[in-house]
Design a protein around this ligand. Sequence first.
Ligand code: RIB
Ligand code: CA
Length: 305
Amino acid sequence: MGRKVILDSDTASDDTIAILLSSRLFDLLGVTIVAGNVDYDSQVKNCLFSLEYFGCSDVPVFLGSKRPIMGQWRTVPEVHGKNGLGDWDYPEPKKIPEKEDAVDAILRLSREYDGELEVLAISPLTNLALAYLKDPSIATRVKKVWIMGGAFSRGNTTPFAEFNFWVDPEAAKIVLDAGFDVTIVPWEVTEEYGVIDTETWKKIETMGTKLSEFFVRANRTLRDFSISQGNPGSVHPDSLTVYLAYDNSSVIESRRLRVDIETCSKTRGGMIVDWYSKENANAEVVLKADGKKFRDALLSILSSF
Ligand code: RIB
Ligand code: CA
């Protein structure tokens, strides 16, 4: 059996591809849902449908926080489509969420897989922060937290802040100060190494598999938005983060640094990196990655059925 993971998601566009990759590369114990990209109920439905479509109906979905800790954020349908899946009018999923709350599920699984559980955090960090506040000892049981979040200088939501950290900066600060073993994949790294360019889109559009069709239908709004922002194709921050978590050899450069989060003023949600002090370093920050390995792995999985 593979490495045991939970994936925490605000399920839209690329989150679904991250779910696909995590279901094929890890032992996916569950998906926890958190407020973020689009309206909460659409995120839940996107996740349930995606798991069914991928042949993963047995993977449980747990409902988590419907708002960030301070409750101030907005959704981004302009990036993902109103329903979060490129406005694909897909059939109603039969699968339903579990009765157990996401925070309780995270704590339970951290006990059941003490020292083994990894968290793929590809969304605002509200659920993991609430789990820590409920039981701080979780930080000693979770083996690793892989975070897609933060921007050095090219905020994608404000000029200072990447979306996941902007939606819930208090949660990001709580998680980064909790003592977890953390690796962060920042926004700029995903723009550089996590793009599916138009050439690769053409390969996927002509692949003729169920999964390639899913990729195209779920990510077309994301592709158009990414290109409108000056990228050569769709940017896939969540699936790159999942792939780097799986294949650490695809992390070409990273540094252990002190990372803090701005929680007030105009720079709220900003990631503050101390590049010089070795004092109190709290995260491994990915700086360079092997984008070709990521794309090759994605194409291989999309061609599989
Ligand atoms: O900034 C990109 C991140 O915010 C991605 O995880 C996307 O899904 C949104 O959650
Ligand atoms: Ca996400």
